[in-house]
Design a protein around this ligand. Structure first.
Ligand code: GTP
Ligand code: MG
Length: 246
């Protein structure tokens, strides 16, 4: 499996039906049902399908690393039988903020709580994403979801040279910030489709300053800065972001 493959990420609270949906949409895969420690990858054609753990603390932990994930499609899964599941899925959604497209799947509509389908639509609107009420048990909504996932051709942008995969271990380790420090940056040329913040960032990108120094100078958080850098690179304004583990 290449770490450069674009990702199809399944994200959602515990027991919402992430594994069941992967199995329903990609029946050819040998899906493992136990909860992954962090995430579990499957190879599908030129994609990596990734089921993320349903535990909020793991999702929080992965948040910083996910700015380097090349997410083509994000499937946010919630359980229609439990309205809290929708709220939790919504709180998890920043993990896939930089996906090219995303959908909210309200699974288990065979057991939907009253008002859940309508409530799900509101959350999908709030997330600005597609909405698929579905049931792995009855098959309802699965073929629409499957067609949507398969229907769009992917144009892969330049990708990070390195993907950071947490090493499984006991408990949840603290994020090691050294993984992200000291980027060397090079600018091609500033252009027109940039906002003022982008211009300020580019004016400071000189191949010497690190991402952290620029973030501090401008007053952005480090994670906001990394998200901006990814977008600027995808647009071609930044030629290269070199990663160095100190
Ligand atoms: N009624 C009903 N049950 C479902 C549906 N989809 C999944 N389930 C059941 O819900 C439970 C959890 O499903 P999983 O697919 O393991 O959920 P998950 O999100 O992968 O769970 P974790 O990986 O442990 O977070 C299982 O018992 C499934 O059989 C559905 O559409 N309807
Ligand atoms: Mg699972």
């Amino acid at each position: 499996m290449s770490s450069r493959d674009p990702l199809i990420v399944f994200l959602g609270p515990k027991d919402s039906g992430k594994s069941s949906l992967i199995k329903a949409v990609f029946p050819e895969l040998d899906v493992i049902e136990s909860e992954p420690t962090y995430f579990r990858n499957y190879r599908y054609e030129s994609f990596t399908i990734r089921e993320v753990s349903g535990r909020m603390e793991v999702v929080d932990f992965l948040r910083s690393a996910s700015v380097l994930w090349d997410i083509d499609t994000a499937i946010i899964v919630a359980d229609a039988s439990n309205l809290d599941s929708l709220r939790e899925a919504y709180r998890m959604s920043p993990l896939v903020a930089n996906s090219r497209r995303k959908a909210l799947v309200l699974n288990k509509i065979d057991q939907a709580a009253e008002g859940a389908v309508k409530e799900g639509r509101k959350y999908a609107e709030r997330l600005g994403c597609e909405y698929f009420p579905a049931s792995c048990r009855t098959g309802e909504g699965i073929s629409s979801l499957s067609s949507w996932i398969r229907g769009v051709k992917v144009v892969a942008p330049p990708k990070p040279r390195r993907e950071i995969i947490p090493i499984p271990g006991a408990g949840i380790p603290k994020l090691d910030e050294r993984l992200y420090t000291d980027y060397e940056l090079k600018v091609l040329m500033p252009g027109k489709d940039l906002d003022d913040l982008d211009r300020r960032i580019l004016s400071l990108v000189d191949g010497e300053r690190t991402a952290r120094e620029i973030a501090d100078t401008i007053g952005l958080t480090y994670h906001e800065m990394l998200a901006r850098l990814r977008r600027l690179r995808a647009k071609g304004y930044i030629k290269d972001i070199k990663h160095r583990i100190l």
